[in-house]
Each structure stands twice: as C-alpha cells, then as structure tokens.
Ligand binder design. Sequence first.
Ligand code: PBE
Length: 297
Amino acid sequence: MKKYYLAVVLLLTTVLLASCTEMAAYNDKEPLGPQINYTITGIDAGTGVMSGTTEALKVYGLEKDKWQLQTSSTAAMTSTLGKAIKNKQPIVVTGWEPHWMFTKFDLKFLDDPKGVFGGSENINTIVRKGLKKDEPEAYKVLNNFYWTPEDMSDVMLKVNDGDDPQEAAANWIKKNPKKVAEWTKGAKKVNGNKLTMTYVAWDSEIASNNVVAEVLRGIGYDVSIQVMEIQPMWISIATNKADAMVAAWLPNTSGKLYSDFKDDLDDLGPNLEGAKVGLAVPTYMKNINSIEDLLSK
Ligand code: PBE
C-alpha cells in the first residue's frame, strides 16, 4: 500500500515539475521559437490583423522556420497575454491600438521593416447607400462623428473594468458634452425612426459603436446594434441590410474588404486617426524588437 502511495506522489511531482518547466519565464539567452512552440497567439479568423500575420509569416521566412499562427478570439488572446505577463513568460500576440492591452500591460509593437502591416491607420465610418436621403439627421451625426484614440481608450477601459458597454458609452457622453454637441450640430430631432448598426465584438468597436448608438438615441432614433463577424458586417452595409458601421480600419487592415465592397457603400471618412496594427510582445522581451528577431537565424 505504501509503495502505491509513493508511486502516486512521485508521479504527481513529475507532472508538477513538467508543467513548471513549461511555464518557464522568458530566457533571453535562448532562441525564442522553442520557448513558445513557434506560436503567435492570434484572434478571430478573417480579421485584418490575422491576414497580416499570415502574410508576415511568409514575407519574413517565419513559416519555413516552423512559426505558426494560432486562431482564437480577442478575449482568449488577452487572457493568455495577461497570464504570460504575470509570470514574465515569453509571448507574441497580434496587437492593435487603440486597445486597453497597451494601457494595462507594458507592450511594444515589433518593427515591421518590410511594411506588411502598413503604418498608422484611420478608422472610417461607412454607411449604406441611400442613408443620406432616407435618414438625413442620422447621416449628419455619423458624418460628424470623430474622436481621438484617448477618447476610445477611456470607454474601452471602463468596459474592461466591468461596466456595461451602453452605460460606459452614456457616461462618456455625459463627460464630453462639447464633443457630442459638435457631432449633433445641425441635426434635428426625430421621432423613433429605426436605425441598425452592425459591429464586430472587438473591444475598440464595442466602445465606438455603443457611443455612436447612444448619441443617435439622444436625438430620437430607435437604434439597434447587431454584433457579427467581420465579413457579414461589411456585407450588411453593402446590401442595405444595415444602415451604418464605424469599424473600417484603413487603408491596410480592412483594405481587402473595402476594395471588394466600396462601390456599394458610402464612405464617410475617418472617425479616428492614429490607429495601428501589428505583432506585439511584452517590453521585458528586451532583445525582441523586430519581426525579424523572431527568426532562429
Ligand atoms: N482589429 C481591431 C481588427 C480591426 C479592429 C485590429 C482586431 C482587424 O484586425 O481586422
């Protein structure tokens, strides 16, 4: 009987030790690839940052070097990132800004000398053809909507801290009456006209979409917001199934979808400037500064 217990204890210790070595902190004396199984932690398939990363794997020769991209979701990616950072472990993620991951964690974008992810981006507001004629007041507000990365981050952080998105949006509106007054300037009140906005459940778009929807409700619209995947979101506007979206990352990240659908949309231009997309790592990975540094050499 005793022997049996001893065997169990030994087995458990081995399992524990094995999981400990797997959870090792980042070692900058060793190549990075083997430490993280040559894996970049990604988000939902079909997004611009995922296509960009797939392209980067080819362009930088990372694919040949065994690197791969793991598909998941924003929530799973940020949770894995948070755990890695807590234990100073190595990790490479698909990153973008504005996002609270850059506010909550010490992260840096990796240099992209081959320009796969492009530079600074805008987020544009896109509405369906005919909205200007059918709902001129909503069109005015959507056309005027413009805020800064800091504004968007404010709302995102509140939601990340547990606020309900609609409530976080309403609070931001209360605190920023001047900005909101500029967006609603010249827009007349309406009486419960229906409006549909579509969005993808990225933290950035949960913030922008809820703020714009609340502002439109403020002038009397009955706004429904519908969450969907990225491609259906673009199709919903191009086929007049929905009225507006505020989530077009251009020119690069949503560039392919934009060129596919641009003839069937009304592009109202940037609602935010200074967004960015790329690969990111925690700052304690001091010797990893460029996508090229991922290569084993
Ligand atoms: N994102 C957030 C999106 C656009 C907004 C960077 C995850 C994408 O990659 O398509």
